[in-house]
Design a protein around this ligand. Structure first.
Ligand code: AMP
Length: 397
């Protein structure tokens, strides 16, 4: 059976791809083209013979995907030898319209275009990826897998903002949530690790990467999540503030004369860990903190405190919690974030085992004590594999 899916994640100036066996999750090859449209593009392709890296100008997303196709021929594996079942696209915003993956056609492209105002940084690039792949792989089914889709099961009391009622109908103002592909993958893996059916477990997922979000997942369905209308709300992130008083905009506009665009930019790109400590890379922040830097210490404390607040909130949303799962770059690798965020929560049945937590590993594992009522798990996320699985399921259905 041919289970390979070409997964494409098109960003504004980058294009990532991987050719994945949706059954095993194994990537036959993967690569990334960065700095598209700049004088010097960077292209890396990892195939059976290892990684190759080249730098040259790459003018457009179409040139980027052509370069990837050439790399498959030059460095393997040859696409002639692999039957591809589908192309799966990561699409950031599916609004209220898409609760499931969908086949890409002209109607879908129109609908995703209508959602551009909600995700001006991401959806245009995702659309470009779809158009380009449609041209270069005209015979393959193309599937859109939405970052928002997993959270379409949120109940109205969780997704509704207490703002004038007409804003939802007129402007689509509600919580959508993001990182859904990761939350879906990781919560299912958590059930597997616990040896139970996803329908029988309640999980709090903490996706802590450059972007960070928490999700409360009851019986395999997302019932609350920390990101909202846009990926700015919720946890503290690398450069994003997460939750702030919404009056900050009006206050800064009136008192500091900042424009809405300036404030929006500052909250998205100059805030979070970077805003507090001048550093958004967590490894570097940890080094600075260990060297005694006070701002780095405060940034770390604010970051972990916000996680702890969301764990408490989602604990009461779920009532009974079987597992708390850490994933993504920081969640998988930072033992100190895991222990600082959950320290002192024995009363809630959450007990981290210091030794297990300190071990570094790429495997999914438990880092809680044997007696901990709530399992604390570290599970590597794999959004590409999840996109491949969902795309394949759709084209096979
Ligand atoms: P992601 O968006 O999942 O790629 O995560 C990126 C974040 O993970 C960056 O802030 C990295 O500094 C952080 N990260 C990656 N590896 C480690 C590590 N070993 N320890 C702490 N943070 C890490």
């Amino acid at each position: 059976m041919n289970d390979h899916v070409l997964v494409i994640n098109a960003g504004s100036s980058s294009l990532k791809y991987s050719l994945i066996d949706a059954g095993s999750g194994e990537a036959a090859a993967a690569g990334v083209v960065e700095r598209i449209g700049e004088p010097e593009g960077v292209f890396r392709h990892r195939g059976p013979d290892g990684e190759t890296r080249t730098t040259r100008p790459i003018g457009s997303h179409e040139d980027a995907l052509r370069a990837a196709i050439d790399a498959f021929e030059e460095h393997g594996p040859s696409l002639d030898g692999i039957e591809i079942a589908a192309v799966g696209h990561r699409v950031v915003h599916g609004g209220s319209r898409f609760g499931d993956p969908a086949l890409i056609n002209e109607d879908l492209i129109d609908e995703v275009s209508d959602l551009v105002p909600l995700a001006p940084l991401h959806n245009p690039a995702n659309l470009e990826g779809m158009r380009v792949a449609g041209r270069l792989f005209p015979d393959l089914p193309q599937v859109a897998v939405f970052d928002t889709a997993f959270h379409q099961t949120l109940p109205p009391e969780a997704y509704t903002y207490a703002v004038p009622r007409g804003w939802l109908a007129e402007h689509g103002i509600r919580r959508y949530g993001f990182h859904g592909t990761s939350h879906a993958f990781v919560s299912e893996q958590a059930a597997q690790l616990l040896g139970r059916e996803p329908a029988d477990v309640n999980v709090i997922v903490l996706h802590l990467g450059n972007g960070c979000s928490a999700a409360a997942v009851r019986g395999g369905k997302s019932v609350d999540t920390s990101m909202g209308l846009t990926p700015l709300e919720g946890l503290v992130m690398g450069t994003r503030s997460g939750d702030v008083d919404p009056a900050i905009h009006a206050y800064l506009a009136r008192e500091a004369g900042l424009s809405l665009d300036e404030i929006d930019h500052a909250l998205n790109f100059e805030s979070g860990l970077k805003g507090l400590a001048g550093e958004n890379d967590f490894r570097e922040l940890s080094r600075q903190r260990e060297a005694g830097d006070e701002q780095a210490r405060l940034a770390f404390d604010v970051y972990c405190y916000r996680i702890r607040k969301y764990v408490g909130a989602y604990y009461s949303v779920l009532g009974k919690v079987d597992a708390i799962v850490f994933t993504a770059g920081v969640g998988q690798n930072s033992a100190e974030v895991r222990s600082a965020s959950l320290e002192g929560l024995e009363g809630l049945g959450i007990e981290i085992d210091a030794e297990r937590n300190a071990e570094s590993s790429d495997e999914a594992r438990a880092v809680s004590t044997k007696d901990s009522r709530v399992a604390v798990l570290v599970i590597p996320t794999n959004e590409e594999w999840q996109i491949a699985r969902e795309a394949l399921k759709l084209v096979r259905s």
